[in-house]
Every structure is written in C-alpha cells, then in structure tokens.
Design a protein around this ligand. Structure first.
Ligand code: LLP
Length: 419
C-alpha cells in the first residue's frame, strides 16, 4: 500500500497536493512519502519478528540521507556497496554494528575504511577478495568479520540484468568453493567467517526462487555444522518484488510464512537486505508536459524529465504507471495512445510507449509512479541536465531533502587548463 491517492480527482501524497509541490519546487521533481516507506519497513520487521531479523536497507535503491536517517532512526541497519555508501551510512549515524558491505569489486581503500569503522561484516564474493581483506586486516592488526556470499544457482525469473544467483552471474561463490574456504577457515588469521549470504536477484515476484535458495543454503549450513564449523549469521539478501503494473508479488506476511520455518531450522541470526520493497512505491517522479507533438504515425507527449532522471524504462524496458495529477479526463472517447518521452537526444529516452491515456495537454503534470527505488540513485547529468530536487512528505509536512542541482554544481570538478 502506498500513500499516493486521488482525492476528488486530485493526486495527493499523504495530505499534500502533489501539484502544489510541482509548482513550488518545479519539475522534474521526486516526491517521497515517509509513511509509505516506514510502513513497508515495519511490515517486513513485524512479519519476521519471530526471528528478530536485522533489516539492512539496501542503500543503492535510494541513498538520500534523509531516507537513510528515517530508516536508521526506526532501527534499520544498512546494506552498502561502496566507500561512498559507507560515508553516507556513517553520516546519518548508522551504528557500524548494523552495516553489511557487499560488492564484487571492493578496493583496498574501501576495505581499509570499512575495517576502520568496524562494520558488522563484509559480504565476500570471491577467494581473492577474502585473501585481500585478510592481508589488509593483518596490516591493520584488526581481525575482521566476513560472510561468504553463496551463489545458489537459482533462476529467479526476473529481468536478465537483475538476476544475481545464476552460474553465469559474477556474484558470490558456489557451494563447493564455499565448503573449501570454510574447511580452510583457520588459515586466514585476520578474517573470521561469521556468516553466509545470498541474494539471488531483484524484483522477484514469486516465492519459489527465494524458498529454493534459502533451503539450499540452510541444508548447506546443516552439512558444515556437522563438520564442526560454526557460523552466526544468515543473510538472505533482498529482491522482493513490488507492483509496478499487474504483478502479484507475495506480501511480507506470505513471504514470512513460507520461509520462517526454514530459517528457524537453522537457528542463526537473520539479516535481510530489502531495497525496492521499502522505497519503490514510496516515490514518484513528477514531470511537466512541454509539447504535444503529432507525427503521421504517432502522438508524442514530450515532458521535462528524461532518462537521466529515471533510466529504468530505457535500461530494462520497465513499466511504470503514469498518472495525471488532475484526473479529469475519464471519458473513454477522450482516450488516446501516446508515447511519453523526454527531451534527451536518444530514442531510448522514453517513459512509456504506446500507452493509452486520457487526453494530455501541454503544461499538464504527470506522475511517474513507483520511482522511489533505483530512480534518483541511478540518475545522471547526461546532456548536462541538472539532477532533480527531492522532497519528502510526512502527513501535511513537506521537507526539501535535496535541492535541484545548479549549473555551477554541474561544472564543479572540471578545470579549464592552459594548453
Ligand atoms: N542486496 C544485494 C547484494 C543487492 O545486490 C541488491 C540489489 C539488494 C540487496 C537490494 O535488492 P532489492 O531488494 O532492491 O531488489 N537497478 C535495478 C535493480 C538492481 C538491483 C541490484 N542489487 C532496477 O532498477 O530494477
């Protein structure tokens, strides 16, 4: 459930008219609902309360400091993948004992910074990485905790760019390699293997792949326990799908009902890393119609937001529902098929193709829904466009949580040198 709803044909975010925000802060504009993402976090937490999981929100989904802070204030930990995300996590006061760090390509500097700050553990993705962490930790004389990321070889039935648990993916190690590493656990004196980690992909809308992956890893834990190898944590990753269009993903409760019995069997401390489930439907991108352009074959609605602001349609052919901020054009006769496109010089710069919508006019505002996850965080300055402002709504209150970039910020790091 999210808090973007029509009240007498006017789109509201919680108690605030979205159009008022568009006028006040200009467009393109990201708008987030505090109550929506906090509720999603609490739903997951409550569904899994029997195992009291540590929910480490996946920072990459949306890394705005206020969103991180709001979740950390509610007790969430953070799942990070870079030195920059560590910097953000520490800036919002996330206890380092609640930070887990994945990524197949951690640099020496990033490893050193994370060890220094005392994170809960690294999710280690390969043997060379494990050896490197051991080397750096040794140099720093600081024993460091890690979890081994296992690639459970599962087909998650999602977009090919966002599967991570198949043999052809670069992530994690297979069970055989994991067993070898654990057998030799003692040989690396500065790393302690404290846990196992899986994450099989993103926007997974069926439960079978999760259940299969968790079962596989719990069976594996049984085998290593028999060998006398003890670990403390099982991190089951993120990946829970949401409703963009007509998907029917499992709810937090349905998911918990299926996997809790398996998780309880292993008796380990449970960590989860949801991103999209928490923030996906809690954000919209508001854009303004600049021109309505008719060609012989098509009608283009050209808006002021582009693929640099929200790249998901261009990159994954992702479907986002698009709603007018004023829903007055019900009449069926009024409907027409349009392409909704941005101003960028690429044909991939679209938000919808062949979408049937109530008639749209120049200067109308549109909301591109479910843009809270992997929206702003994947935005860029392509075409020298300034990245949008972000506002957060809580009840009647509105907070500007990121200003629109300025032209001088665009040039901030560039230098004109004397040749
Ligand atoms: N943990 C790990 C190790 C991950 O790699 C990811 C996401 C997550 C957790 C969070 O997954 P979530 O709960 O959000 O599905 N840009 C793509 C999604 C890429 C996901 C990358 N990894 C998109 O816009 O669909």
């Amino acid at each position: 459930m999210h808090e973007f709803k029509y009240k007498r044909d006017i789109l509201f975010c919680e108690e605030v008219k979205v159009q008022d925000l568009a006028i006040k802060f200009a467009t393109p504009l990201y708008v987030y609902s505090w109550n929506t993402f906090i509720n999603h976090y609490l739903k997951l937490k409550n569904a899994f309360q029997e195992v009291r999981p540590l929910i480490c929100y996946s920072v990459k989904a949306n890394s705005n400091l206020m969103i991180l802070k709001a979740l950390v204030d509610k007790g969430a930990g953070l799942d990070i993948v870079s030195g920059g995300e560590l910097f953000r996590a520490l800036r919002v006061g996330c206890p380092s004992s609640k930070i887990v760090y994945a990524s197949v390509g951690k640099t020496d500097n990033e490893i050193e910074e994370a060890i220094k700050s005392g994170i809960l553990f690294f999710n280690v993705e390969s043997l060379p990485e494990l050896q490197n962490i051991n080397r750096i930790a040794g140099r720093m004389r600081k024993v460091t905790n890690v979890a081994l990321r296992i690639n459970p070889v599962i087909e998650p039935k999602t977009h090919k760019f966002i599967t991570t648990g198949k043999l052809t993916n670069k992530f994690g190690v297979d069970f055989k390699t994991a067993a070898d590493i654990l057998d030799n656990g003692g040989s690396l004196s500065y790393v302690k293997i404290k846990g196992l980690h899986i994450h099989i992909g993103s926007q997974i809308t069926i439960r079978e792949p999760f259940v299969a992956a968790i079962k596989k890893v719990v069976d594996f834990i049984g085998v290593i326990k028999k060998k006398g190898i003890g670990i403390e944590y099982l991190n089951i990753g993120g990946g829970l799908g949401i409703i963009y269009h007509n998907e029917t993903p499992q709810t937090a409760d349905e998911f918990a009902k299926k996997v809790l019995p398996i998780l309880k069997r292993c008796g380990l401390k449970i960590i989860m890393e949801p991103g999209r489930f928490i923030i996906g439907s809690a954000g919209i991108l508001v854009v303004k119609v600049l021109y309505v352009k008719k060609t012989r074959d098509k009608k283009f609605i050209i808006v002021d937001g582009g693929m640099n602001d929200l790249i998901r349609p261009a990159l994954y052919d992702a479907h986002h529902e698009i709603l007018p901020l004023e829903n007055t054009g019900y009449a069926r006769s009024n409907r027409e098929k349009v392409d909704i496109v941005g101003p960028i010089c690429e044909s991939a710069d679209f938000f919808a193709k062949g979408r049937v919508m109530a008639k749209i006019k120049e200067r109308d505002y549109l909301a591109i829904t479910c843009s809270g996850a992997y929206g702003f965080s994947m935005s860029s300055n392509y075409n020298s466009r300034r990245r949008p402002a972000e506002v957060m709504v809580r009840g009647r209150e509105v907070y500007l949580i990121r200003e629109r970039e300025s032209y001088s910020q665009l040039l901030r790091n560039e230098k004109i040198v004397k040749l």
